[in-house]
Design a protein around this ligand. Structure first.
Ligand code: 5GP
Ligand code: ZN
Length: 117
């Protein structure tokens, strides 16, 4: 049974496979299907919120748990000391494609300029 049109809700529901690297009661972290760096993990709240701004307004505690999970992922992936980038693309100008709040943990290489020109 399809529970949602949202691809990340369907990953949470186990309807779409994903390579999960970390899970808490409220958050899930899994490898991006099209990695842009040696470490590229998506960190999401299990509950559906359209983007990080909506998440922060609706449930700031959960937003903090997403950040804590991102930090745990960076440590587990071995990039906490070398550094990493945590990106929340938001809306059309932000380049957001999936409208379920998610942070990208990117590392394992020098990520480069913050904004492409
Ligand atoms: P956005 O552009 O919304 O910030 O990032 C969405 C990300 O989700 C993209 O990097 C894309 O590769 C990833 N993605 C989209 N669909 C799937 C999927 O079904 N599984 C996984 N693991 N990643 C996905
Ligand atoms: Zn969703």
């Amino acid at each position: 049974m399809v529970t949602s049109d949202c691809v990340f809700c369907r990953i949470v529901a186990g309807e779409i496979p994903a390579t999960v690297v970390h899970e808490t009661a409220t958050t899930l972290a899994f490898r991006d299907i099209h990695p842009q760096a040696p470490v590229h993990v998506l960190v999401i709240p299990k509950a559906h919120h359209a983007d990080v701004a909506a998440l922060a307004v609706a449930d700031p505690g959960l937003a903090g748990e997403v950040l804590a999970t991102a930090a745990a992922v960076a440590a587990a992936e071995g990039v906490a000391a070398s550094g990493f980038r945590l990106v929340f693309n938001t809306g059309a100008d932000g380049g957001q494609d999936v409208f379920h709040a998610h942070g990208h943990v990117l590392g394992g290489v020098r990520i480069g300029p913050m904004v492409a020109r």
